[in-house]
Design a protein around this ligand. Structure first.
Ligand code: XLS
Ligand code: MG
Length: 345
């Protein structure tokens, strides 16, 4: 088995109940305690949170109450030997975020997004993590003429600057996704995320999170996104999953659709030493709608199994043979070498 370089993480939303736009839940909702216990049983190391995963009904609570509940959660996690990997503001649910969070055309609503993000940073501090994840879900448009791309870029920088000023230690991971729920999002790739980081008041504290499915939805190879971000030292978190081409966001188990693409992601992580600075491997996966309650945890366990098997494949890759084929420009046989290595003898 793989050396224990990797630590694993999952979010409470990854125990989803099967609702889709065409039908209701197919599994009963489980409590937070059940999820925490399941995560422990599975041997995962950390949980990732949206602000309202950490403090449910967050909008109905005072700032003091929110922090009190965050402290209770921290105690809970400590007691279970688990850590919080990150906290992310959920800026796509409230009526104030209908037209976007930081890029809304309404000034008051933009302020709501920034205030809620500042509160997320406070929660993260209490939970003992410096990592804030920004999935910029509604920062885009349905009708392109409704916003200016240039102005939206400025507004995103202003929002990041406000967050950077709120806490001198917090680090911000932008999680790009090219579309869904929006027609077009403003930060669709890692290149965009890192370019945006450079316009902020403290680029060193703005990095990226790659989700495999999001890169695939952008028509990109997630392994290249990993290599690119890691060349800049900017991959601070990771959502591994899979996606069968340009469809709705599928969040399939890691390696489910394209084992070779998954293999190349693992190779990129290995090549760049992901995890050595304490970064977690998170699986942002969901059970298939057909999954029975008795199989509720399979997508998590299976994703990790596949990941660890691919780590072995990366570590036993016939490098010498591959290098000789590369030197001879025999990519035909290189292709076959990879296929046979993945198939096993
Ligand atoms: C949705 C995103 C979301 C983030 C955290 O696709 O993956 O769950 O990871 O806000
Ligand atoms: Mg994600």
């Amino acid at each position: 088995m793989a050396k224990p370089q990797y630590r694993f993480c999952v979010g409470p939303w990854n125990f989803s109940e099967g609702r889709d736009p065409y039908g209701p839940e197919t599994r009963a909702a489980q409590t937070f305690d059940w999820k925490l216990e399941a995560l422990k049983q599975l041997g995962f190391d950390a949980m990732m949170f949206h602000d309202d995963d950490a403090v449910p009904d967050i909008e109905s609570k005072s700032a003091a109450q929110v922090l009190k509940e965050a402290k209770e959660l921290k105690k809970r996690l400590d007691g279970e030997g688990l850590v919080a990997e990150m906290v992310a503001p959920r800026l796509w649910f409230a009526p104030q975020t209908v037209d976007g969070g930081y890029t809304s055309n309404n000034k008051k609503d933009r302020q709501y997004a920034i205030d809620r993000s500042r509160q997320t940073i406070d929660i993260a501090r209490v939970l003992g993590t410096d990592l804030i994840v920004l999935w910029l879900a509604r920062e885009g448009t349905y009708v392109r003429e409704s916003k200016s791309g240039a102005r939206s870029t400025e507004l995103l920088v202003e929002a990041l600057d406000a967050m950077l000023a709120h806490d001198k230690k917090a680090r911000f991971c932008i999680e790009p996704k090219p579309n869904e729920p929006m027609d077009h999002a403003y930060v669709p790739t890692i290149g965009h995320a890192l370019a945006l980081a450079h316009l902020t008041r403290d680029p060193k504290r703005v990095g990226a999170l790659i989700e495999s499915a999001h890169a695939i939805l952008a028509g990109l190879d997630p392994a290249d996104e990993i290599d690119f971000a890691m060349t800049f030292g900017k991959l601070w978190s990771l959502h591994l999953n899979d996606q069968n081409g340009l469809k709705f966001d599928q969040d399939k188990p890691f390696g489910s659709s394209n084992l070779r693409v998954a293999f190349n992601q693992v190779r990129a992580l290995e090549r760049n030493g992901y995890g050595k600075k304490g970064e977690f491997v998170c699986f942002d996966v969901h059970p298939f709608r057909t999954t029975k309650e008795t199989h509720f945890l399979k997508h998590l366990d299976n994703s990790r199994k596949t990941f660890l098997k691919l780590v072995e494949k990366a570590r036993t890759y016939p490098t010498k043979e591959a290098d000789a084929l590369i030197a001879d420009r025999n990519y035909q046989d290189l292709d076959q070498l990879v296929i046979e290595h993945l198939l096993g003898k």
